[in-house]
Write a protein that binds this ligand. Structure first.
Ligand SMILES: [Zn+2]
Length: 398
């Protein structure tokens, strides 16, 4: 087994709590803070991989959803096609989530036990069972560069007692995830239970990184305890999970304020499922390095653009003859070429190009914002950048 670490992370500049870093993976270097577009079912919806790689966007890492890919097309298919990178045609880095959050969000349709979570597939109604072990096997088969532990999420408004038992379960599942992950990295893939021929060990050894997840809902003492217990197990990176799930925004910032500075300084810190451009800046200011969110792609499909002057709804009649681009300070190819009037026309006509162009601009805006964040941290201007960025956002685009 290779003793080479699957990823390395170094902080190259700090400005207050904000950090600019380099995350090195076997599939290239990722500059942090980084925004990761979400590729739920093996596609970042509405955008080609060439565009994700283009200088306009230059996404270095995208997300894949274990839950969705496991149900359809299934691990067997992806394995037969050479793993997720080859299957989708993406050579850059991939992070897969564990499926924990997706099965949790099924609500009444799932049953959680010590062993794992039982639920009905939304694809074909079959009864499925996801556990730390199954999640690690599936993520190993997908061949992602960063694997997430299988966790249990508590609702944002969970009581102390509920959050405590969820935290305990998450801690036990984190340990089981770590053990199964290590075994898979050591021995190669034994997917007997999934009916798949094991991969060659050298294909996998030391190749994947594993991140732990801090839970504890809105309870600050539990968040700290969850962090301590997660660090005790030991991971390549650490994530804050279970935020943006119905709690007040002020609660989210209290948790991040508390937890982020206590997270190991030499490992990447990932705030899962967050958020708006404003959220990203605020979290960077608190020392977070990695983000993912469906907002730029989902809102792009429903006619909403993120701009440097706030959100813009392309449906509004006021744009019907407006020759300006979505965002006059955006340098993306959509803003260089097309007017609000044209984009509104496409949207009103139900043309699929509307969603494609808005998605492109939204991702360009998120990724360019992070580029500027990184530059400002390196040059010691982050507080000024933050203030001006937020100020401009609040001058509404509409
Ligand atoms: Zn643009």
């Amino acid at each position: 087994m290779s003793t080479k670490r699957p990823i390395t992370f170094s902080v190259v500049a700090r400005d207050g709590e904000a950090r600019a870093g380099l995350l090195k993976t076997r599939r290239g270097i990722i500059e942090t803070p980084v925004f990761m577009p979400v590729g739920t079912a093996g596609t970042v919806k509405g955008i080609r991989f060439e565009e994700l790689e283009s200088p306009d966007l230059d996404a270095r890492i995208i997300l894949g959803n274990t839950y969705h890919l496991w149900l359809r097309p299934g691990v067997e298919t992806i394995k037969a096609c050479g793993g997720l990178h080859r299957f989708i045609g993406w050579d850059r880095a991939l992070l897969t989530d564990s499926g924990g959050f997706q099965v949790w969000s099924l609500g009444a349709l799932r049953k959680i036990s010590e062993e794992g979570t039982e639920f009905r597939s939304h694809v074909d109604g079959s009864l499925r069972f996801l556990s730390p072990e199954v999640s690690m096997e599936v993520q190993a088969a997908l061949g992602s560069d960063i694997v997430m532990v299988f966790d249990e999420c508590a609702p944002g408004k969970a009581t102390h007692e509920e959050a405590r038992s969820s935290l305990e379960l998450t801690a036990r599942w984190a340990k089981r995830s770590r053990e199964k992950f290590d075994q898979l990295q050591r021995d190669g893939l034994d997917l007997g239970s999934l009916g798949i021929t094991p991969a060659l060990p050298e294909e996998l050894s030391g190749a994947q990184a594993l991140f732990g997840i801090v839970q504890g809902a809105a309870h600050r003492d539990l968040r700290q305890e969850s962090l301590e217990r997660t660090v005790e197990i030991g991971f390549d990176g650490y994530a804050i999970g279970g935020l943006s799930v119905g709690e007040e925004k002020s609660v989210m910032w209290e948790v991040v304020d508390d937890v982020a500075p206590l997270m190991p300084a030499d490992r990447p810190r990932y705030l899962m499922g967050v958020g708006t451009p404003e959220d990203l800046i605020e979290a960077v200011a608190r020392g977070v390095d990695m983000f993912d969110c469906v907002l730029p792609t989902r809102n792009g499909r429903t006619g909403q653009a993120f701009t440097s002057r706030g959100k813009l709804n392309i449906k509004n009649a006021q744009w019907s003859e407006d020759r300006r681009p979505l965002d006059e300070s955006c340098r993306c190819s959509v803003c260089q070429r097309h007017s609000r009037a044209y984009l509104r026309h496409l949207h009103q006509s139900g043309e699929m190009l509307a969603g494609i162009l808005l998605t492109h601009h939204n991702l360009a805006f998120f990724l360019d914002t992070m580029r500027r964040v990184r530059q400002s941290i390196r040059s010691g201007d982050f507080p000024k950048f933050r203030e001006e960025f937020i100020e401009r956002l609040n001058e509404s685009g509409e």
